[in-house]
Design a protein around this ligand. Structure first.
Ligand code: GAP
Length: 487
């Protein structure tokens, strides 16, 4: 797992660039290049098909900037903070809890600023950069703030999660669609967090893409659909395992629900789908686990969180947050906005729906895909990405063997025909070997080569990226064969 090689290849071939790089770049900000953009687009399209279709979930797109009241109601204004400490000498700033955890190997999540200051003092922790003394721990709000309009006094914030755009539109969506419980509202777009120490490439960013579903339910009503997946197996890091330093346990979705690891049947449905989704992206089963968030880490309003984590080169990290947010958000927005955000049944019964939220990090998913698709290949002499066809930015490369003898004309004709149905590239410069290498590097699934035999018997060769084996196929059967091979 050589992340440096992956980052280098991702830049060289136009997947991910440092943002504003010509000015030195900015920590925690990355741009997508042409191939990264395609990869992301395909991933998100696949996510939409997999999670939204057939499940009474409606996608919306809401503003990035929201007024202060929203975040007063959501609790972000007060509570979306991280503890920081500053070096008195070199002025470097650190996340105090991370610093303590790294240096002392103790768990301090949820501790107050004063307690963290005390731990730093007692253990004589110094600035890792210059050895200087550290200041008292303070809290820092992670939201980017601005003023809306030219007149001061109208504060706004870049949203730190897409979810708030969904909650404030709950009533609009409900009324416009006459939606019936249970139903979901989804959003895929940017969120912003002014992270103190962005790091690990696409893992902790200041601007990132979330794909979130807020699934509105009546907790008194049961959701039979989860039973489709009751026998799906997941690997769970239970609370007990975390406390006693034990291994993950494999259990079925049914067992996880019965044991209270999954707090409600609606969430069981999404958890099972997440397992299937990530495996289908090429992430190995043993690199996926669900961590039952400890009581002390669980937000006070939540009835249970279960994070999906992936094993990265540096260790395990949350990629999907699953939270049973209860009626906390709608209730608070009702109070602050004075709008009635309840759901009314045909018989007049009113409830504030509960919310089950799966929240996906798209950049962390892309990191994981790149990590597990990367093949270091000494035999071939170049490294390449083994992307699964559904998210591979380019599925086919169409090449004439040589740049003469009417081969380019024939290859172009085939390319023009295939591009109507497939994501293709056409290339004729350099040797065929170099073109295969370049295609492998960006994960092109199959290369179609037009040679002299093509002109005689209307056949081409298809080269399989994964095996490099070539098979000869009639042009008249090409589309059908490719469709089957890319399915
Ligand atoms: N609405 C719930 C929510 O935002 P979260 O656990 O804070 O929950 C959900 O975020 C997901 O968003 C995470 O699992 C992660 O994949 C992604 N994410 C959060 N902060 C991120 C950051 N600074 N950089 C990249 N991805 C991040």
């Amino acid at each position: 797992m050589n992340i440096e090689k992956i980052v280098t290849l991702a830049k060289k071939r136009g997947f991910i660039f440092k943002s504003s790089e010509i000015y030195g770049g900015v920590a925690g900000l990355y741009d997508y290049g042409p191939l990264g953009f395609l990869l992301k687009q395909k991933l998100v399209d696949y996510w939409r098909k997999f999670f939204l279709k057939d499940d009474n979930i409606f996608e919306i797109e809401t503003c990035f900037i929201m007024p202060e009241k929203v975040f007063e109601a959501s609790g972000h204004l007060k509570g979306f903070v991280d503890p920081i400490t500053k070096c008195k000498k070199c002025k470097s700033v650190y996340r105090a809890d991370n610093l303590i955890e790294e240096k002392l190997k103790i768990f301090v999540e949820g501790k107050k600023s004063e307690e963290l200051t005390q731990i730093i003092k007692e253990n004589k922790l110094k600035c890792p950069e210059c050895g200087g003394e550290l200041e008292e721990v303070k809290v820092f709000n992670l939201m980017f703030s601005t003023n809306i309009g030219p007149i001061e006094g109208n504060p706004g914030y870049l949203r730190p999660e897409t979810a708030q755009g969904i909650f404030v539109n709950f009533k609009n969506v409900l009324n416009s669609l006459r939606a019936k419980l249970p139903f979901g509202i989804a959003q895929v777009n940017k969120s912003f967090r002014n992270e103190i120490s962005p790091r690990q490439w696409l893992i902790r960013l200041r601007e990132f893409t979330q794909a979130e579903i807020e699934f509105f339910v009546n907790p008194e009503e049961r959701f039979e659909k989860w039973k489709i997946y009751e026998n799906i197996k997941i690997r769970v890091l239970t609370r007990e395992a975390q406390r006693k330093n034990k291994e993950v346990e494999e259990m079925t979705i049914k067992e996880a629900l019965e044991r209270g690891v999954i707090p409600i049947d609606y969430m069981a449905y999404f958890i099972a789908k997440e397992q299937i989704f990530y495996e289908s992206l090429g992430i190995p089963k043993e690199a996926i686990r669900f961590r039952h968030i400890l009581e002390e880490e669980t937000p006070h309003y939540s009835k249970g969180n279960l994070d999906m984590e992936i094993k990265f080169d540096f260790g395990w990290k949350e990629v999907v947050g699953n939270a049973y947010r209860t009626d906390y958000d709608l209730k608070n927005h009702s109070i602050y906005s004075k709008e009635d955000l309840s759901y009314v049944y045909p018989d007049g019964k009113k409830i504030i729906p509960h919310v089950v939220e799966p929240s996906f990090g798209i950049e962390r998913t892309i990191y994981a895909i790149m990590l597990y698709s990367f093949v270091e290949d000494k035999e071939r002499g170049w490294d390449w990405f083994k992307f699964v066809p559904k998210i591979s930015p380019i599925n086919l490369g169409i090449f004439p063997l040589l740049k003469r003898d009417n081969l380019p004309e024939k290859a172009r004709e085939i390319y023009e025909n295939l591009k109507k149905d497939f994501d293709c590239i056409y290339e004729e410069s350099d040797s065929i070997g170099k073109r295969y290498a370049r295609a492998d590097e960006i994960g092109v699934n199959f290369c179609i080569t037009v040679d002299h035999q093509t002109l005689e018997d209307s056949t081409v060769t298809i080269r399989d990226r994964d095996t490099t084996k070539q098979t000869r196929v009639k042009i008249s059967e090409l589309k059908e064969r490719l469709r089957a091979m890319l399915a």
